[in-house]
Design a protein around this ligand. Structure first.
Ligand code: GLN
Length: 190
């Protein structure tokens, strides 16, 4: 059994938990304390608002703790705001969070809430079929370092990437009916 935690400070936590529950041999848990995070085999950083999550993590002294876990090899997947938490650099913003993934991200890169959109694309590493992609005030990756593998691009912008056991998507697979991305993340957990 693989235990997958969803960081439950703010954002789309329930949707990730529901998606994980469709997978065999996976126990899904909402986690927010050090003890709870310590007990998981993989961690999902959900979408929401990166600034809010960053403040809450700071308040509970979780930032360094989680960063250390990621650096020690804990598989982690950031969706949307979660990608921003992982990024080494954020365009026009001084504050970074875990800064473990060698990518530069641009927040709200597609415009306002009204510019949220849905599209489809095949991401060969993840699944053979087309996956629905939901973007909500999404970021994209402006630049990725040499160690980063680009999994998908949309209109010439990187929207999914992986660096070792760190996975990042600008979109929200947990808001679709397709669990392929969750399956893929679980496959990264030994
Ligand atoms: N715009 C949000 C941020 O900058 C991310 C949006 C999302 O996670 N859906 O943190």
């Amino acid at each position: 059994m693989k235990v997958v935690g969803v960081l439950a400070l703010q954002g789309a936590v329930r949707e990730h938990l529901a998606m994980l529950q469709t997978l065999p041999n996976v126990e899904a848990r909402a986690v927010k304390t050090r003890e709870e995070i310590e007990a998981v085999d993989g961690l999902i950083l959900p979408g929401g608002e990166s600034t809010a999550m960053g403040k809450i993590m700071k308040y509970f002294s979780l930032t360094d703790f989680i960063r250390d876990k990621i650096q020690a090899g804990l598989p982690v997947w950031g969706t949307c705001a979660g990608l921003i938490l992982l990024a080494k650099e954020i365009v026009e913003q001084e504050t970074t969070y875990f800064a473990t993934m060698d990518v530069v991200v641009k927040r709200n890169a597609y415009g306002s809430q009204l510019d949220s959109f849905v599209t489809k694309c095949v991401i060969p590493q993840v699944a053979e079929h087309e996956l629905p992609l939901v973007f909500i005030r999404a970021p994209y990756i402006v630049k990725a370092g040499e160690e980063v593998q680009v999994l998908a691009s949309y209109q010439d912008k990187i929207i999914a990437a992986q660096q070792g056991k760190m996975l990042a998507t600008a979109f929200h697979p947990e808001l679709t009916e397709d669990n392929a991305f969750h399956k893929y993340f679980v496959s990264l957990i030994d």
